[in-house]
Every structure is written in C-alpha cells, then in structure tokens.
Design a protein around this ligand. Structure first.
Ligand SMILES: [Zn+2]
Length: 252
C-alpha cells in the first residue's frame, strides 16, 4: 500500500514538478467593470484553490494592498479588476509585494486592462489590452511552448470570445499565441499575438492569460487548465529557484 502510494506520488510529481497551492496563502481581489464577471469569478476559482489546500482571503477593495502585514504573509495575489483606478499608495504596495516575491496571476481585462493610467502596474504585468477587433468572435489559440509545465501536453484549441490585441513586453516568456485574420481590422491580417505568458517582476512570478472575457470561457477545458496551472506556478515564487524566463523577441 505504501509502495503504491509512493509510486502514485512519484508519477504525479513527474507530470507536475510544481507542488501547487497546498499550504499557500492567497489574496483574491475582485472589482472593477462588472461585464467581466469579477464577482462570478470568485465562485469559479476560490473553491478550487481551497480544494487544492490554499488559504484564500477574498477582498473587494484595493485597500487590501495597504495592509503590510497581510501582504508580507502572502504567496500569491489573484487580481480581477478591469479598468477602475488605483491610488499611488495602493499601486506602490502591490508592486513592492510582488518585487519581494509574492506571485501575481490573473486573466483578460481583470489583470491586463486594470488601471490604464498606471504604467508601473503595466510594467509589472508585461502587457496592456488595446483592442478586440470584431468583439466576440471565433478564433484559435496556438500552444507555442509545449515544454513549459503550464502548457505541456495541451493541444491548440478554439475560443468564441474576445480576441485580445495587446501591447506586450517583448521579453516575456510566451506560451501560447493567436493569429488575427484581418476580417475586422484589415491591416492586422496575419498578426501573431501572445495569449499566455509568464514573467518575473523582481522576485515575484507574474502569470497572465488573455482568455476569460466571461466565466463561460473557462468551460473550454484548455482555457481553464492553463489558468489553473498558471496560478499554481505563480504561487511558487518564494519556494522555487528563479527561472530564466527572459525570451527576448529582438535578438542582437
Ligand atoms: Zn472582455
């Protein structure tokens, strides 16, 4: 029995070098534009994180970032807050925590279109939403990195949702992309755009996926799986060796 258990654990460890959320402390901050269903997202992700063994604090205010003791105790922040505004103090506290090793994970506008006036926040995330030509359309997501644990074993898949066109830091580690047809903006035909990426900000791991316009998008199994794996990865900043994540697009 013990042998069986050990081999099961070993098999899982081989599939997943990332130990995940067990014992991790997570702050889940939601708010901003309601069209992105931030409140509903709590029901999709918080019970799952708790089922993985995380202690999750759910907050409806960016003032949580000002609670220094709380911020120091965290392993991960999940922020779903589209548009809105953040004060200089709240932003500085968030950035300081991530720089010191608290991970940050999120998706779509909740993380990639949060505070349009705050370039320091955008510097941390590694991208900013600028357009979704055609609104809700059919498009494909292509897995471009099949070695990374976040996208390993997953196949390309289709979405019926907003296809995010973003301004992206060319040094993030891109794991999946999408191509634009040009149907809704002819001059971008053939453009390839990152959909999923990871990066560091100081010692903190930052994970982003542009999928998840509404919670129904996470009924696409790959979209949900990528988000879950990204959340697990981002929660590990304080426990794992720093990865060499830089993958610059423009080489010397
Ligand atoms: Zn959206």
């Amino acid at each position: 029995m013990l042998f069986l258990l050990t081999s099961l654990i070993a098999a899982n460890a081989a599939d997943y070098p990332d130990p995940g959320l067990k014992g991790k402390k997570v702050l889940y901050v939601w708010g901003g534009w309601a069209g992105h269903e931030p409140k509903q997202s709590v029901d999709v992700f918080v019970p799952w994180m708790r089922s993985e063994g995380a202690e999750v604090i759910v907050s409806e205010t960016l003032d949580s970032y000002l609670d220094e003791k709380l911020m120091e105790s965290l392993d991960l922040i999940v922020q779903i807050w589209t548009m809105g505004s953040i004060t200089n103090d709240q932003e500085a506290a968030l950035l300081k925590a991530v720089e010191r090793g608290v991970g940050l994970a999120g998706w779509h506008g909740g993380t990639g279109d949060s505070f349009r006036n705050n370039v320091n926040y955008q510097f941390m995330i590694g991208g900013q939403w600028v357009a979704h030509p055609g609104g809700v359309i059919d498009y494909s997501v292509n897995i471009t990195n099949s070695k990374d644990p976040v996208t390993k074993g997953l196949s390309d898949f289709n979405m019926h949702s907003e296809q995010y066109y973003m301004h992206v830091d060319p040094n993030v580690k891109v794991l999946a992309t999408t191509s634009f047809t040009g149907e809704h903006a002819a001059w971008i035909e053939g453009s390839v755009m990152p959909v999923v990426w990871k990066k560091y900000y100081g010692n903190g791991r930052v994970f982003y996926s542009s999928l998840g316009h509404v919670m129904a998008d996470f009924e696409v199994p790959q979209a949900l799986e990528i988000q879950k794996r990204g959340i697990r990865w981002a929660s590990e900043s304080k426990y794992q060796e720093k990865e060499k994540w830089l993958s610059p697009v423009y080489q010397k």
